[in-house]
Design a protein around this ligand. Sequence first.
Ligand code: SAH
Length: 284
Amino acid sequence: MLNKKLQQTLPSIQPGWVWLAGAGPGDVGLLTLLCLQGLQQADVIVYDALVGDNILALAREDAAFEYAGKRGGRPSVKQHDICERMVELARSGKRVLRLKGGDPLVFGRGGEEARHLAGAGIPFRIVPGVTAGVGGLAYAGIPATDRHTNSAVTFMTAHGADGGLAKDIDWDALVKASPFLVIYMGLSRVGQIADKLREAGLKSSEAVAVVSRASMIDQKVLETTLGECADDVSKAGLKAPALLVIGENIKLRQGLDWLGAIFEGRTLDPDVGHIRPQGKRFDS
Ligand code: SAH
């Protein structure tokens, strides 16, 4: 837990305030100090499905917990109701920690919630977290950028507001502009996404990785290709949450999979994991 000096150095949640915080992708070690301070000071913790028990266990002993996510087929709590509940808690003088997976402003509706609080005159602080698309990839040994392969990376979701595949994505522009794609909420639509990317010109042999439950105890990484990913994913039975990752950097994983090396007791060879020097990504 935080020592006295750190506790005093960091800001404290005041009564009537909401801290909108990200808990990172899963590993407790990826919590920020501010998030830990929030956990230890909050009277009420309003948390989402992606926040694990290992993290909630760090809360103050007498903290109250309110679940605000989807789990086990239960109907999800309505976004508006979550916002209203936070306002109600803050107005009653509680110190509220609103805890989300990853970073609260990355595919996490944190912006919407903060706007609602602002509209109701509730003071808040935003506490960033390690987003899955960065921290989760690091746990899979896949660099988000590498100077030999990509000077751009795209974090995206293919999940549209209506629950289907997002309709407003310009797939042609996407594959041309970004050599490395990190797709959130894509696991259940992997086949459709692969089809769109191939229609946009990416080769069937393009490297794909699926990083399931990154930084959690049951993390799994599947390396496959655009042509085979849909079949491979259903065969492997990977669990959510998972990221779909597309691009050459995946090949660096062979030399960078530090977590696999720890589990399997092997050493990493810096010479394995290569990148095609002038690889052509497009069919046309
Ligand atoms: N705010 C979160 C993202 C929420 S959207 C963040 O910044 O990370 C939910 C999606 O995030 C999941 O469908 C999955 O694609 C991704 N995700 C979150 N945690 C993950 C994890 N530990 N491993 C793999 N993907 C994860």
